[in-house]
Design a protein around this ligand. Sequence first.
Ligand code: RB5
Length: 148
Amino acid sequence: MIALGSDHGGYNLKETIKAYLEENNIPCKDFGTNSTESVDYPEFGAKVAEAVVSKECEKGIICCGTGIGISISANKVPGIRCAVVSDTFSAQMSREHNNANILALGERVIGKGLALEIVKVWLSTEFAGDRHQRRIDKITDIEKKYNR
Ligand code: RB5
């Protein structure tokens, strides 16, 4: 199950991604927003992040105008590794090396075609493990240090 979320600036891209997932029988759950009316991106970043850390959803895809604000918000939730991505190579690496569990995209940065290519690559790339797991463990150590 893929958790989806956006603010108003990423709403149209979220809807495009949702349509793609549904057409390809990839289960998803939409955490809003539900229109282009102005809202605050941290609420939606947090909802998707909480769905992923609770394991209600396996991964998340979030959108705002740039992908930046909503990704910063999601990354405040311990256990989240959210990557803002604007190219397919970074999409692949964010999974292979960083085991990113949320993908953030900027509707005002990239077009729909590229966004869907990024989604395809990101969803189909596995984490490589090995030395990369050691580095992720060190990220978790940083979280533990500051989340007492
Ligand atoms: C909303 O205007 C915009 O600031 C938001 O979508 C996002 O780009 C923030 O990082």
